[in-house]
Design a protein around this ligand. Sequence first.
Ligand code: UGY
Ligand code: MN
Length: 261
Amino acid sequence: MGYFNNQTGYPTDILSTRAIIKRGNYALIPPNGLVRNVIPGFENCDVTILSTPKLGATFVDYLVTLHDCGRNTKGFGGEELETFVYVIDGAITASADATDYPLTAGGYLYCPAGVTLRLENANGGQSSRLFLYKRRYQRIKGYEAHVVSNNVANLEKIHYEGMSEVILQDLLPKDLGFDMNMHILSFAPGASHGYIETHVQEHGAYILSGAGVYNLDNEWMPVKQGDYIFMGAYVQQAGYAVGQETFSYIYSKDCNRDVEP
Ligand code: UGY
Ligand code: MN
């Protein structure tokens, strides 16, 4: 149920949810239960805020539906904020300051701090869905990030840690000017991580396809396309793909910076 699935009104069964919220640790947020958040600058859009500092994240993630004439032309991001948009489905024009980037499904645009991101639906009257991210940029002397736009269809498919059934795609350059990256990890049915990870970096992950059984904080739970997962610093994490389809998710990861004691 919920606006995101066009299922509102009287319930047909006992109210229940798969959502699990462990602030500062991890969260599993399925599409049922999402609500709209009004954010100045977004017109003809449904916006849902996902991870925030209130959940324990150092970044903010959003799901955005741009309806007919949907747009944010006021600008998203700011002086010290880096932003990233990924097109889940549909077609949009994204702009980095005055430069336009037409994006279709799988297309993305990264704007470094100080470059404003603008969004406009371009899907012939149909809606477009976006995964949107922002974070306070951690500057280091001598390095700069820059605007990046591409489509995942053009990216190298890397065998993840030697496993041909698990494919990694890096959406941003491995350049010290970048303090974060976006990746897509895709598991063939039956494939899994090689081990349960424990690391300081945080992730915000949106499941693009398929289904899996995922370990968060050493608990196994079913997850599927449309679910969002926040993984906080150090939380145990790994997954198995189940069913017939490739289990694939896009996720952010902070990188290339030391930690202040
Ligand atoms: O890059 C990562 O840390 C990634 N393998 N984590 C994850 O999939 N949960
Ligand atoms: Mn990880």
